[in-house]
Ligand binder design. Sequence first.
Ligand code: UDP
Length: 487
Amino acid sequence: MQKINVKPGAKLADYKAYGSLYSSVLDFMEQAKEPIESLRGRTIWMINSTAIGGGVAEMLPSQMRILRELGVSIEWLVIEAEKDAFFDLTKRIHNAIHGSGNGIFTEEDRKIYEEVNQNNLSKALELIKDGDIVVVHDPQPMPLAAMIKKKKNVSIIWRCHIGLEEDTEVTDAVWKFLEPYTNDYDHFVFSLPSYAPKSLQKRTSIIPPAIDPLSHKNRELQLHKCIGILYQSGILDDHKAILYHRYKHLVRKVMPDGSFDFLDADKNLDLIYRPIITEISRWDRLKGFKELMEAFIKMKLDNRKNGDPKSLEYKRIEMTLLVMGGPDPAFVSDDPEGKEVLQELTETYKDVDSNMQNDIAILLLPLDNPKENALIVNALQRTSSFIVQNSIQEGFGLTATEAMWKRKPVLVSNAAGLKYQVVHNKTGQINPDPTDIESLSKTMAYMLNHPKERDKWGFNGQLRVIQNFTLFSQLLSWLETLSKNKA
Ligand code: UDP
């Protein structure tokens, strides 16, 4: 178990200085007073399985900074595991909560699950005091609750960031496997009401995930800065401005022969003059990358077959680039399946016609370097015409919220979380079936060729994020939940 230090960052005054956030911050400060007072003397312990990558690690630092500024004692612990078998199992649990996989969990699985958590226990017990509140995120550290409760009088909440709207045999099987652990929790937090299994619903609060508008991932970046970041990371071609050197050789690209190589800034993609469609996610089958690539290729081929080469519409589609970005597997320890999924995507990419390969970039982002990774994601999102999140299942897609905050229209699937975040025809497009290549390719072409709609959707999206999905609305719900669930 490792205690994570949170570096200093934006303060409440910084958020308040942004006109569009001003009233959210004021409302938050007013309403937060009472629950904060009721938490005095207790420490809140957040426990998850990784300090980098993914939605949890993304949001915790900003939440902790704001709460600390208001006098709340809050700390972050990350469990450690050497065994691949453990992350293999927790990935299967994760997938099963999303309804995929075979739903088979064995006694051997349970042994590994408990053993790794047991190995993390002593450090947790050294730090946690009676009366504290522990929030366990996602399945990896889930067995810890019972172990901690044997020694400490604390209240423990399980925060589940994933979920599937309907019950299936697989979800039933995984909840059954997890039942011995859920029993030890005082309360649960899910992102949507339909994600909570029926047996837990009475003890559940709903808190949709949110973004920090001033983090490196979301803060304002002027175009010249985006260009500098993309150029220095090797993504941009032939740009003369030398801004910063620190991004150099951080991003690797999948080469047409399937190997990975650092981008050579002198002879690579020319992103800036061409429309870009981007999806950034973990390499996970449920993120729908393969289907997105197929739909993109179909859009291009249909255009070549049926379009009028003299028309603007034809040229737009012909020039468009697809960027698929995800973590460089060299730096991700808790996702063994990621390598496999990337490998599959790479194999498909290798078979793509060579002139089409130049229109597709698979980028491996430097997750080991959180600030650089965040700025590269920020710059990629800001320089894109629109952002896709073609998830087959999605608890709640932070990437869609990040894009909307940046006034980018989004094209998402109707996976439960996404259809709650995005309003069809108001903040983007919801394509009902992420595996329907035909409709996905048509929707992409429509979005590319309707720039005015895109502008409108982008503006509406930002407003929707300010009203519902910034860290202030989220923190208020957290404070209420914590203050109602003290030991
Ligand atoms: N992300 C990133 N670099 C990557 C891939 C993803 O920084 O290479 C970030 C992404 O911007 C988002 C988070 O990881 O903030 C993923 O959260 P989301 O809810 O979209 O998906 P999850 O990984 O939690 O399923």
